[in-house]
Structure formats: C-alpha cells, structure tokens
Design a protein around this ligand. Structure first.
Ligand code: NAP
Length: 482
C-alpha cells in the first residue's frame, strides 16, 4: 500500500483526493495550512471575486453541479461547491487542517519522502503530490517607503473585511484580474478612488446572467443537457486559443472588437488613450469585465498612469512629485506565480532543492514530474496554465496521469519512479520552441514569465491537446525501480 501525502486542499489537492477515493485508494493524507478547504477560493474574498471561466466548465467533470446560480458564479458559491465536494467524498478524516508543510526530503535508501511540518512534527510518505499550484503567494511590489504608510494597507488576496472604506480616499495599485473585479464594487462607496496603473489591459465584456429555475431543473433532470452545455462552453473558449498564436489572423478583429467595447463606455479620449494597451491582445491575460470601464468613468474615480515613485505616511508620490493623499492602499498586485513551490523546500535525490534545480526557471515533464525528484508529482505545475479555458480541465488530466502512475507502481510492486533527464529536457526544448510562436512572447511583462523572460507558466497549445498528451504515461521516459 502506497502512502500518499498531498500538499494543499485547494482545487488541485481536492481533485486528487476525490479521484483517489473513487479509485478505492484510502492511504492518503492532505496537509492544509489553513482551517478549511478551497485554497485560492478561500483566500480571495474581495468583493466581486469570481472565476473568469463559466462555472459549468470550472467544476469537476465527475462532480457536476446543476444548480450554479449564474454563468460566472462568484467566490462564495465556488467555495461552497468545493466544501460540498470534500464533504460528499469523505475527505474530512484524511485532512490535517492548520498544518503547513515546511519541507520534504527524498530518502534515496528507503525510497520515501520525509516530511517536515511547520509545527515541527515529522511525517513520512511513499508519494508526495503538490497541489500548491501557481497563484497562492501574494506578490507585494518593491516600492520605496511601503512600510512608512500610516493608513490601512492590504493585499487583495488578504482582504480586510473589517476595514470599512465608506467615505475614505482609497488607492488601488494594479489593474489585473483581481483589481478589475473589486474596483467596480468599492468605487460607489468610497469618497475617492485612485487607480495606479502601470500598464493598460485588454478588457472584454462578460455577458453574465443568472440561470433560470427551468434551466437548473433541466440540468438536474437531464445530465446530457448539462454535458452539452459544458461542452459548448469548452468549445467556445477553446476556439479563442486560435488568437493566441503570434501570427493569428483572428487577433486584429478581436482587438477591434475590444476597442469598440472601450469606446462605448469611455467617452473621454484622454482616459481612452491611458487605457489602451501597447501590446497585442492575449500577451497578458485578457480581462473579462463588463462593469470595469463604467466604474472608471464615475466622478470620484481617477486613473493615474505616472509611475509610483514612493509611498509616504499619508499617500503616494508619483513621478514628477505629484502627491496623492489616501487613507487606504489596496495592493491588487497579483501573485508570485513563477516561483511555484516556494513556500515548501523540496529536496531531491542528490540534495538539490527544487528551487536550485529551477534557477533558470521552473520546468517539469508534462508539468507533473521533475528529474531528480522521484515519487513526486505536481498539479497545476510549470507550463500548465491557460489564458483561455478551465484550469480544472488541466488538473483533471494531470490527476488521471498520476493515477495511472500509481496504479502501475502498485501493480508492479515499484517503490521508485523518476522521470529521466533526457525525457524532461526534450519535452521542455519542444515546449519552449512552441512558446516562441505564442503571443505571450510579444514583449509585454506578465505573470506568465519569470524575471529573465522565460515563459514558465503557460501551455502553448489547445487544452484538448494537453489532455490527449496526458492520456497515458510513456514508461520508457521513467526510471522505474523496485
Ligand atoms: P495580475 O494579473 O498579476 O495583476 C497585477 C497587477 O499589479 C498588474 O496590473 C500589475 O501591473 C500591477 N503591479 C504589479 N507590481 C506593480 C508595481 N510594482 N507597481 C505598479 N503596479 C504593479 O494579478 P491578479 O489581478 O491578482 O490576477 C492574477 C491571476 O489570478 C489572474 O490572471 C487569474 O489567472 C487569477 N485570477 C483570476 C480571476 C478571475 O477568474 N477573474 C480573478 C482574480 C485572479 P503590470 O500589468 O504592469 O505588471
């Protein structure tokens, strides 16, 4: 019996655990740093927080929910769904809450992982699976004087519900997916809202709507209708990927459509100029929001695109010396996305840590295994992110792959499984070649790349192609031992 340790009870960790249960494998423990399941959907509670993939697709294929209240459900509903999934699959007894994993070291003699928990306890497992993903550690910008601010400051992923912003002067740093969701919600209640924008984003309308009672009843009564609905969403989103190739002929029309959308809402040409990106659509994530542009035109909202020079006790100073007095600063500055497993120190066969192995940028075999780190699997690892479809779709493909590996280990009595360096290198050479042809490589900065400009996060093909490639492991790519 293989003992399995899963790090994190977010979407990825839950998916792995649910599939293990369904496969009749009970010998696993989930280590979760917080007091509940949900991961990013537990951490991010800012007003307006939602997923930009429609919920019928952003849910487990094997745990459907016919009752989604609207096309793009918001965070409380997504979290409730994940909690329900954990409960119905009986994951409670398998989960150790408030238990962070600090480090894990592979013991080459016994083919086991020694796990050090943040509380000082030690644990052991034959297989280690990371469900940490890409977006779990908030990124704080390095701006001079950040610590000197005398008002209230917090990150969007650590929202301060106890801080009432009614009637206050508020600054938001950043205008990514998170900021574009909470800005429309807070703008009407604050006295003034100043958005510090470093670069403009492409924004697309979000045609959200509630599902009617009749639709929900139909989805519940007829699984085929629900599946067809899911498939239609998948295909519609998958088609969008075609515009992500550098040479795509679809992009000019797409950009024109987004320009018309902006013009419809933003009448002031100076503001329009400030909001117009200087890079091709898709290079950074295209944002989905129908209420963002209207919020920017409210009389109490201002967009400042001069760079922030420093933060002072009562506000921010931008280039040229302009002083912006505020009571509150909200950092909508995203996540340390390219560092992947940073919070946990993982040490492989020759004493090398993952961070050392990834000095040039995170990379893995099929996003799941890393040479020199046997019996270790990652979910939502390097180069498995999408700019256009559901990450849960990708995670399910990885979980199926890992299950096949575990079954093989069990059947053949294996205790060691390590991807061969040549296989990982060959895979990554090809991947990086393909990435050169993608729009993400068009010169903009984004969370898809590390500081050196290597694209460490995205998968450069259609999502269905990843699922096909992950159908079955190629055993000759692995060093398998008893
Ligand atoms: P993000 O997309 O990385 O945006 C961070 C923002 O902060 C950018 O506007 C960035 O400007 C700005 N910024 C960073 N450092 C700065 C600095 N030193 N000075 C000024 N501005 C700075 O982060 P996010 O909005 O949290 O979203 C991250 C990802 O999380 C999303 O792309 C998505 O995958 C996921 N997410 C999804 C949803 C959703 O489903 N709708 C919602 C929230 C998050 P630059 O653009 O110039 O770098």
């Amino acid at each position: 019996m293989l003992r399995i340790a899963i790090i994190g009870a977010g979407v990825a960790g839950l998916c792995m655990a649910m599939r293990l249960k369904r496969a009749g494998i009970d010998s696993f423990t989930i280590y979760e740093k917080s007091a509940g399941v949900g991961g990013t959907w537990r951490d991010n509670i800012y007003p307006g927080c939602a997923c930009d993939t429609p919920s019928h697709l952003y849910s487990f294929s094997f745990a459907p929910n016919p009752d989604w209240s609207r096309i793009w459900a918001e965070q409380p509903e997504i979290l409730a769904y994940l909690e329900r999934c954990a409960e119905t699959h009986g994951l409670g007894p398998h989960t150790r809450f408030n238990t962070a994993v600090a480090a894990a070291r592979f013991d080459s003699r016994n083919h086991r992982w020694s796990i050090l928990l943040a509380n000082g306890e030690e644990a052991e497992a034959d297989i280690l699976i990371s469900g940490l993903g890409q977006l779990n550690v908030p990124a704080w910008p390095e701006i001079e004087g950040r610590e000197d601010f005398g008002g209230t400051a917090f990150h969007s992923a650590r929202w301060r519900e106890d801080h009432d912003m009614t009637g206050l002067d508020v600054a938001v740093i950043g205008n990514g997916a998170s900021a574009t969701q909470f800005i429309p919600r807070i703008a009407p209640r604050v006295k003034s809202l100043t958005i510090f924008q470093r670069s403009a984003n492409w924004v697309a309308p979000k045609p959200d709507a509630p599902y009617t009672r009749a639709q929900k009843t139909l989805f519940a009564a007829s699984p085929w209708r629900r599946k067809l609905h899911r498939l239609a969403i998948f295909l519609r989103f998958e088609l969008r990927f075609a515009s992500f190739f550098k040479k795509s002929l679809l992009r000019p029309a797409f950009e024109k459509q987004l320009g018309v959308f902006m013009k419809h809402h933003v009448k002031d040409p100076a503001l329009r100029a400030a909001l117009s990106p200087d890079y091709p659509a898709g290079c950074k994530r295209v944002l989905l929001a129908s209420d963002y542009y209207p919020a920017l035109t409210l009389p109490n909202v201002r967009v400042v695109s001069d760079p922030i020079e420093r933060i002072v006790a009562d506000g921010l100073v931008t280039r040229g010396g302009a002083h912006h007095r505020v009571d509150t600063i909200i950092y909508g500055t995203g996540f340390r996305s390219t560092e992947f497993l940073t919070p946990v120190e993982i040490t492989g066969t020759d004493g090398t840590t993952l961070n050392e192995a990834w000095r040039e940028g995170a990379h893995a075999h099929r996003g799941v295994t890393v040479a020199g780190f046997p019996n270790f699997f990652m979910l939502y690892g390097p180069n498995t992110n999408l700019g256009h479809a559901s990450i849960i779709f990708m995670i399910e493909a990885q979980v199926r792959y890992i299950l096949r590996c575990l079954r093989r280990m069990r059947r053949k009595g294996l205790s060691f499984m390590d991807v061969k360096p040549w296989a990982m290198e060959r895979y990554n050479r090809r991947l990086q070649r393909q990435l050169k042809g993608m729009v993400w490589d068009s010169g903009c900065g984004s969370w898809y790349k590390n500081a050196a400009g290597r694209i460490t996060n995205n998968w450069p093909r259609f999502a269905f192609q990843y699922a096909l490639a992950m159908r079955r492991p190629r055993w000759r790519e692995y060093d398998l031992r008893r």
